[in-house]
Design a protein around this ligand. Structure first.
Ligand code: HAM
Length: 413
């Protein structure tokens, strides 16, 4: 490995060509599947006003409390590298007038997000998400359709045995009863909670369920579930979502402990975890957020969405993306044939065969170049010597069988 005096920031990654092919495959499938459901792609800035996240993700969440990359720009404004993209999409929907346009509105995005977390397997400070947001439909069919799209996508990536973990939470406005019940339940448990969890209990008791402290989670066993505090309409919504999922044959498990680490959810919340990642690590999460658009200054506009952690997804996706393309290396016999070899390589690429055509520019001599090409996995070599230059031909050699034939340039394919 080369010595560099400036290393990349902690928690960031360089994705090299042998990795990016898997990323591109996943993204191409996302574009195809999401477009087929009528979603259009949106790209919003990686930088937003800090206040946007405080008002949407929520002050008491871990994300806003201790994970944001926030700085003051030269003009004195507080900016934050987005820790997630739902808030930015909602801002853009309001700011560009889409909130008053035709509904429903289906948007998806692919892009980097930033959270100051302790880096570990599958967890980074710069990571990428593939996400979708569905605005303007309040019925349970919208939740089910979104999950149907998600599962079409996951199945296209080769996943077979995933199931969605699902729950419903009362909206922020209706959360008082639930918060009071958790406070009541936690009376006398304070000394089992660490400092962070005491703060959670104080500021927003629902956040206790996000605790990463196993002792807190054990203490919460037997605590009342969020679902018990739903109003009748929300309860009916949830039951209908589950019925539709069963009808669509989307595997799900009800999880009364699931509350998710962001404050904007109302009713449906869900996650998918993979046992190939750490125990608590989800490959994706999402839910309904019927009050967020209005909260950020737009009209009342119900919405539901999800975001997939692309880094984690690409790590565990079964899809095989090994290159199957034919690979050919053009090798000049000596320096005098270099110009002709270049011409052959360009002609070969323009012939539109779909093959990957590489030109040997090592100047290391013909024999060595041929050996290297075979070692690197090229299936064919196109050899040009002075006889080929004179005759306007090229010699095509199969590097496995060592058979070769000489053909006019016009017949190269
Ligand atoms: P989230 O659960 O905070 O939800 O993030 C979604 C996914 O992003 C996680 O399940 C995880 O796979 C991935 N992720 C989060 N943090 C990291 C990290 N540090 N390193 C690697 N991957 C990470 C949201 O972001 C919501 N905006 C989802 C949503 C969309 N809800 C409604 N619409």
């Amino acid at each position: 490995m080369g010595q560099v005096s400036v290393a990349r920031p902690k928690g960031t990654r360089d994705l090299l060509p042998d990795q990016t092919s898997r990323w591109r495959a996943a993204e191409e499938i996302a574009h195809r599947v999401f477009s087929s459901y009528g979603y259009g792609e949106i790209r919003t800035p990686a930088l937003e006003a800090t206040e946007l996240f405080a008002r949407s993700v929520g002050e008491s969440t871990d994300i806003v409390h201790k994970e944001m990359f926030t700085f003051t720009d030269r003009g004195g404004r507080s900016l934050t590298l987005r820790p997630e993209n739902t808030a930015g999409v909602v801002r853009a929907v309001i700011e560009n007038g889409l909130a008053h346009g035709p509904m429903p509105l289906r948007l998806y995005y692919v892009g980097p997000q930033y959270r100051y977390e302790r880096p570990q397997k599958g967890r980074y400070r710069e990571f990428r998400q593939i996400g979708a947001e569905f605005f303007g439909a309040s019925g349970p069919e919208a939740d089910a359709e979104l999950l149907a799209m998600l599962f079409d996508f996951l199945r296209a990536l080769g996943f077979r045995n995933l199931s969605v973990s699902i729950n419903a939470v009362p909206s922020a406005m209706q959360r008082e009863g639930f918060s009071a019940a958790i406070r009541e339940f936690s009376r006398g448990l304070h000394d089992r909670f660490g400092e962070d969890d005491r703060r959670r209990l104080e500021e927003n008791p629902l956040r206790l369920f996000d605790s990463k402290d196993p002792e807190t989670l054990r203490a919460l066993e037997g605590a009342p579930g969020a679902i018990e505090f739903l109003d009748t309409a929300s309860r009916a919504h949830h039951d209908e979502v589950l019925r539709l999922l069963a009808q669509l044959k989307i595997p799900f498990v009800e999880n009364p402990r699931l509350v998710r680490g962001l404050d904007y959810y109302t009713r449906t919340v869900f996650e998918v975890t993979s046992s190939d990642l750490g125990a608590q690590d989800a490959i994706l999460g999402g839910g309904r957020y019927d009050e967020l658009v209005a909260e950020l200054g737009g009209p009342h506009l119900p919405a539901v969405g999800f975001a997939i952690g692309e880094d984690r997804l690409v790590d565990v996706m079964p899809l095989a993306t090994a290159g199957t393309a034919r690979r050919i290396r053009v090798i000049p016999f000596g320096a005098e044939q270099a110009a002709y070899a270049l011409k052959v390589a360009v002609a070969m690429r323009q012939a539109g065969t779909g093959a990957i055509v590489d030109l040997d520019v090592s100047g290391r001599g013909f024999k060595k170049a041929l050996g290297t090409a075979a070692e690197l996995g090229f299936q064919e070599a196109i050899i040009v010597g002075s006889a080929e230059v004179d005759a306007g031909t090229a010699t095509v050699r199969n590097l496995l069988t060592r058979e070769q034939r000489t053909v006019p340039l016009s017949e190269l394919k």
